[in-house]
Write a protein that binds this ligand. Structure first.
Ligand code: S3P
Length: 431
């Protein structure tokens, strides 16, 4: 057997999981609070800032744009806002690392700055499509260039005009890039979505004092209004909690409680799917922090049933589909997903790499052009390559918990992108 690399992890099967936990701060919300804080006037104090590498990339890019940021520890981030139009020209390309959210949201802001900048990222990010932000930002008046529409992206920013944009693929990142550019543009900027995506930007903008008009799937901002620095709290990340919700749903006798987790309804579609799969799911909303509901999620195993995910459900479940595939490998379960070709444009090709990895663990899985099918049954255990993708590490770990023998996840260190303590938490939940 080949020797394990330092980046590989062996996952032992688990009879069941049990316990109470909290998750790291929400990645999507952390990015947005940091970016808006940089554009605001005055100081913003963020508590519960996400601990993963992606949100560190956002802070590093902001520092390179002249923003003063202190991190005294324990998830506390203090940002001195530079005001709309106050960012300084960077002296080198801005590196978003693995983070598509950093890249696309920051592109919206840079498109409005009166200086040239270049955004780049790691090997994975440099393979991801950027035409989706280039087109609306050009329509607003910025000059952007990327070979083959892939990073690096050069931006010559300047005066922007408001636009009405209907993204061809539902994407909160695209919506947010356009709205952030719209903060600096003349007149109104409107995004018309074809399906609802996470609305953290809209909520965060309101919190920082911007008038956001929302009508069904349409959102409008008007440029030129200053943002005001403030104290904000980031809830626990629902997409991280999803790993434990799904692991608890999967194995007999499991019962997990996740406290202080974000319960924004644009993120929690997974809970209905878990109920359809047979699990017992209860939620309680404890409070709202900066218009983001925070609550407690309890999931317990019951006999599993096959589930079909319809294309219309995909936008609200996009980050949870790999973990749901892991659930599909358990006895009694099965999963069919269609209408999810967008998964091929994530941190990895999440259809090809997911199916290959689950097969490596002994599962019955097949690719579809726009999704996959998984047939439940006891997984033998084996080896799965995470393809540098944090969400695949978690999905393979959850599938491996139900295997007959230990499994190896290659490149498991990718989990640090969103959940550095994932494997420590897993150990603590083994009953
Ligand atoms: C995110 C939006 C989604 C999601 C990503 C985070 C965000 O991407 O998959 O993990 O924070 O706006 P898309 O906008 O590409 O769908």
């Amino acid at each position: 057997m080949p020797a394990l690399a330092a980046t590989d992890v062996v996952v032992q099967p688990a009879a069941r999981l049990g316990g109470r936990l909290t998750c790291p701060g929400d990645k999507s919300i952390s990015h947005r609070y940091a970016l808006l804080a940089a554009l605001a006037t005055g100081r913003t104090t963020i508590t519960g800032y996400a601990s993963g590498a992606d949100c560190a990339s956002t802070l590093n890019c902001l520092r390179a744009l002249g923003v003063q940021i202190a991190q005294p520890g324990d998830g506390l981030v203090e940002i001195e806002g530079r005001g709309l139009g106050g960012l300084a020209p960077p002296t080198a390309p801005l590196d978003a690392g693995n983070s598509g959210t950093t890249f696309r949201l920051l592109a919206g802001i840079l498109a409005a700055q009166p200086f040239d900048s270049t955004l780049t990222g790691d090997d994975s990010l440099r393979r991801r499509p950027m035409e989706r932000i280039i087109a609306p930002l050009r329509a607003m008046g910025a000059t952007l260039h990327a070979d083959d529409d892939r990073p690096p992206l050069t931006i010559s920013g300047g005066s922007l005009r408001g636009v009405e944009w209907a993204p061809p693929v539902p994407s909160a990142q695209v919506k947010s890039a356009v709205l952030l550019a719209g903060l600096h543009a003349s007149g109104a900027t409107t995004v018309r979505e074809s399906a609802a995506t996470r609305d953290h930007t809209e909520r965060a903008l309101s919190g920082f004092g911007i008038d956001v008009e929302r009508l069904g799937l349409t959102v409008t901002v008007r440029g030129g209004t200053p943002l005001t620095g403030r104290a904000v709290q980031v809830p626990g990340d629902f997409s991280s909690a999803a790993a434990w919700a799904i692991a608890a749903a999967a194995s007999d006798g499991s019962h997990v409680v996740v406290a202080d987790v974000g319960m924004n309804p644009t993120r929690t579609a997974l809970l209905d799917v878990l109920r359809r799969a047979g699990a017992t799911v209860t939620t309680e909303i404890d409070r709202a922090a900066e218009s983001e509901p925070i609550g407690r999620l309890t999931v317990a195993h019951r006999s599993l049933r096959p589930v079909v995910i319809e294309p219309s459900e995909v936008p609200a479940l996009i980050d949870e589909l790999p973990l749901l595939a892991a659930l599909g490998t358990y006895p009694g379960a099965a999963l069919t997903v269609t209408g999810a070709a967008e998964l091929r444009a994530k941190e990895s090709d999440r259809i090809a790499a997911l199916v290959a990895g689950l097969r490596g663990l002994g599962a019955t899985a097949s690719e579809l052009p726009d999704g996959f099918t998984i047939t439940g049954g006891a997984v033998s255990g084996g080896t799965a390559d995470a393809a540098g993708d944090h969400r695949l590490v978690m999905a393979f770990a959850v599938a491996a918990l139900g295997a007959k023998r230990p499994s190896t996840i290659l490149g498991a260190d990718a989990v640090t992108v969103s959940y550095p303590d994932f494997f420590e938490t897993l150990t603590s939940l083994r009953a």
